[in-house]
Design a protein around this ligand. Structure first.
Ligand SMILES: [Zn+2]
Length: 232
């Protein structure tokens, strides 16, 4: 992907700097990628017309370089994070160490972030990760923005809401039945027991109402076990 950039373009220079791993060599002009032999050679180089011209080009495009480097760094970091850990919470520095262990990685000193903490905070602000700071440093958890994942989550939430609405309607219906029962009865219900049969995840509502009818005491048992909870 790097070989196609036209010579002299920011992408071209970015690729060249990246290939060199942004080495901090002595008497090395990073901007021109020129190695000088000694201090005197370096001084001569910085006075040269080619260096001065390069300096002007770089000054015009400095923010563009930094944007490109920053995007590439963030993309690489997030790609590694999501591939290796999915949406699991993980130490930000561990991911960073993995990232910089790869050859041709982009160094953070070429990006807009001065420290890993700056970068992690940015990930949080941009909604790319859930981030939190602990005594062991910053942790990150990738937020999956894949359209298919989002669609699946939305469908699940919608279904849960429908199930919840059904449950609420049913509970409301039962509540009304109970209220009506109370009004009709001379006595209060003896007890109301809510029991869940754990194996079937069913809610069983046993209502035992004591009712006096013409002086006789009848026990009326109402069993409703048709409420299916969406807990699977
Ligand atoms: Zn130079």
């Amino acid at each position: 992907m790097g070989g196609k950039a036209e010579k002299g373009t920011p992408k071209y220079i970015a690729n060249k700097i990246k290939a060199k791993g942004l080495q901090k060599l002595r008497w090395y002009c990073q901007m021109c990628q020129k190695q000088c032999r000694d201090e005197n050679g370096f001084k001569c180089h910085t006075m040269s017309e080619s260096h001065q011209r390069q300096l002007l080009i770089f000054a015009d495009n400095a923010s563009k370089y930094i944007d490109d480097f920053s995007k590439e760094f963030a993309d690489g970091y997030l790609e590694l994070l999501s591939r290796q850990f999915g949406t699991k919470r993980v130490n930000a520095n561990k991911v960073y160490q993995d990232y910089i262990s790869h050859r041709d990685h982009l160094h953070m000193n070429a990006t807009q972030w001065e420290t890993l903490t700056d970068f992690v905070k940015w990930l949080g602000r941009e909604g790319k990760c859930v981030v939190d700071e602990t005594e062991k440093g910053w942790f990150v958890a990738y937020i999956d923005r894949d359209p298919a994942t989002i669609a699946a989550l939305e469908a699940k939430a919608k279904k849960e809401k429908l199930d919840k609405d059904d449950q609420e309607r049913m509970l409301e219906f039962i509540q009304k039945q109970v209220e009506r029962g109370k009004k009709e009865d001379m006595d209060e219900p003896k007890y109301t027991e809510l029991k869940r049969e754990s194996s079937q995840e069913r809610l069983t509502l046993n209502l035992t109402l004591k009712r006096k009818v013409e002086g006789e005491i009848n026990i009326v048992k109402v069993k409703t076990n048709f409420i299916q909870l969406g807990l699977n």
